[in-house]
Design a protein around this ligand. Structure first.
Ligand SMILES: Nc1ncnc2c1ncn2[C@@H]1O[C@H](COP(=O)(O)OP(=O)(O)OP(=O)(O)O)[C@@H](O)[C@H]1O
Ligand SMILES: [Mg+2]
Length: 351
């Protein structure tokens, strides 16, 4: 059972008060959670009372029951949407980014290459070099910044007048952090439909009170699909850093990532490539380098694509442990911290 399927069933529910449009097209379905044997649907209603609320809740429940496999438990929750208060994405404009000098997307062609690890450590390294830095965790599908920075459970405050409210980012390690993860309860999986995911990302970047920043890094969701193209066209990224691992097979993914930013409708600069897990160094033999995935794959890739190689980050246990413990490696003085400081200075040079 996928949320896509459940949404399809919910399209059978028409709102008699709204020209018989279905509740999905009316944007009333704000969430669908499917777990083994249970489906939870969340319907959003405007603040003013909707006389059809009970009817719609019942109809939504019935539609899901009717289509779901026998024995499935169905729950329909309701929330109040404060439509008047939240400005729409189109109204948000780019005011919040007025004082931000460089907006840098951290992207990768595919998942799991260490994009978030690089983003967090790069942010901290830039701050250590004296720059004002913010990081927006735009990975709606798997926000990892709260864990990596030890900021889980933070609930962003809102400031500003009605219609122009802004989220206040969290400041830690001299970096301003904002993550989609701060809006979900711990351990709760985030499920977004395409357009919802897209808007959430834009909101995160455009509706946060960043203040003056030299660098705003945006940890992009993995992949190169429609969401990405829409995101990079709506957020005024100054350029992108592509993270990869050294294997030959990664080249085609990197190429896709590069193509996405250089696509004529997007047309953003590529600052360069970061080769993560470039070699393995065991904790007990800090001077040794084992090229598990081949040597200099990143350098060759960068040459082939005609973009600079900004840095090489070793595969070391302390980087993983730092991420898990909310104490990123870049805070320290070990060789892995220095690799991130090098990367930061190289980025500054290129930008
Ligand atoms: N250089 C490294 N040395 C050791 N471990 C690393 C290194 N880079 C990343 N990792 C570990 O690899 C895992 C994946 O990294 P990370 O979450 O940063 O990848 P990602 O590209 O952001 O993934 P996703 O596509 O899911 O967002 C994490 O456990 C992280 O700690
Ligand atoms: Mg990530």
């Amino acid at each position: 059972m996928t949320e896509e399927l459940v949404l399809q069933w919910l399209r059978e529910v028409q709102h008699p008060g709204r020209e018989d449009k279905d509740i999905v097209s009316l944007g009333m379905v704000s969430g669908v959670e499917t777990t083994e044997g249970k489906i939870i649907v969340t319907l959003a209603f405007p603040k003013r009372p909707d006389p059809l609320k009970n009817y719609l809740v019942g109809a939504a429940q019935a539609a899901v029951y009717r289509n779901a496999p026998g024995g499935t438990e169905v729950e329909v929750k309701t929330i109040v949407r404060e439509a008047a208060k939240k400005p729409s994405i189109n109204d948000l404009g780019l005011d919040q980014l007025r004082e931000v000098s460089h907006i840098v997307g951290i992207a990768s062609g595919k998942g799991g290459v260490g994009k978030s690890t690089v983003a967090v450590n790069l942010a901290i390294a830039l701050a250590r070099l004296g720059y004002k830095v913010g990081l927006a965790d735009a990975d709606v599908y798997g926000p990892s910044i709260p864990i990596m920075t030890g900021t889980e459970g933070f609930g962003p405050e809102m400031v500003g007048e009605e219609g122009h409210e802004l989220f206040v980012p969290l400041e830690k390690f001299n970096v301003k952090w904002m993550s989609i993860g701060y809006f979900a309860q711990a351990g709760q999986a985030l499920i977004w439909r395409g357009p919802m995911a897209c808007n959430a990302l834009k909101q995160l970047v455009l509706q946060t009170q960043w203040g003056p920043l030299d660098f705003l890094l945006v940890d992009m969701p993995p992949g190169t699909g429609d969401i990405h193209i829409s995101l990079v066209s709506d957020i005024p990224l100054s350029g992108a850093v592509i993270v990869t691992t050294p294997q030959d097979v990664a080249l085609s993914d990197v190429r896709k990532g590069v193509d996405m930013f250089q696509n004529p409708s997007v047309n953003r600069k590529i600052y360069g490539l970061v080769e993560n897990m470039a070699w393995f160094t065991p904790a007990e033999h800090p001077s040794e380098k084992y090229y598990l995935f081949g040597q200099d794959g990143g350098r060759k890739m960068a040459e082939e694509l005609g973009i600079p190689l900004l840095g090489q980050i070793p595969l070391v246990q302390s980087i993983r442990e730092g991420g898990d413990a909310g104490q990123p490696a870049a805070l320290g003085t070990r060789p892995d911290a220095l690799a991130f400081l090098d990367l930061a200075s190289k980025l500054v040079e290129v930008v």
